[in-house]
Design a protein around this ligand. Structure first.
Ligand code: FE
Length: 212
């Protein structure tokens, strides 16, 4: 099997959010999809280790905010880089609350959906949530960001530094699973050992150093 064939599958990019009691949290996912039209249902797959996933299991509902193509990278980094166990990600971000009491983002998003979880399937490393869509709204007329767009954006963001360093090798740290390219201010080597890929949550140790 050539696993790279699976890289040809296209995905969107979303913030999955929920609130259980006093804890609210959201994380970046690329695994939300509509699975049936009538009734309107979606599937959402989330890493078990995510704090947001733990809260969704308890609350049995969540929101999906669909990122706009114009969404700044720092919004993605904010929700993808840090854990909700340590910080309230919504404390510094404008958000709205749906009828189920879950937060969703409005700025830089093209739409959101409110989901009620009807079935949970244990996939070892992940949970697959089957959900009824109970609410949905368009927020912006822009285009949604695909995961491919996001990767292109990441590459483009690194470009301005290139002319001045044209004769110097450019070192990148890349997640081999989802192709996320680290571009934070902190040198990759100085990141804490518990750093994980903001997209697929794989550990820092599997990142590969690429020199161009
Ligand atoms: Fe990754």
């Amino acid at each position: 099997m050539d696993a790279t064939a699976l890289f040809k599958l296209t995905y969107g990019l979303f913030i999955a959010s929920t609130q259980w009691e006093d804890n609210r949290c959201g994380c970046v996912i690329n695994t939300a999809a509509q699975v049936t039209d009538t009734p309107c249902r979606m599937s959402v797959t989330m890493q078990k280790r995510n704090f947001t996933t733990e809260l969704v299991l308890k609350k049995k509902s969540l929101t999906i905010s669909v990122l706009s193509l114009s969404c700044p990278l720092d919004v993605i980094t904010h929700f993808g880089y840090q854990s909700g166990r340590d910080t309230d990600k919504f404390a510094s971000v404008p958000f709205q609350t749906d009828s189920l009491g879950n937060p969703y983002l409005k700025d830089h998003m093209v739409a959101y959906m409110s989901l009620k979880v009807t079935d949970v399937i244990d996939l070892d490393t992940h949970y697959l949530f089957l959900c009824d869509v109970v609410e949905a709204e368009n927020l912006d007329s822009g285009k949604p960001m695909t995961y491919g767009d996001y990767r292109a954006l990441k590459s483009g963001a690194a470009a301005p530094a290139a002319p001045a360093q044209a004769h110097q090798p450019v070192v990148k740290w890349v997640c081999p699973v989802c192709h996320y390219v680290y571009d934070g201010e902190v040198p990759f080597e100085e990141l804490p050992d518990d750093y994980v890929c903001p997209i697929c949550k794989k550990p820092k140790s599997i990142f590969q150093k690429i020199t161009e």
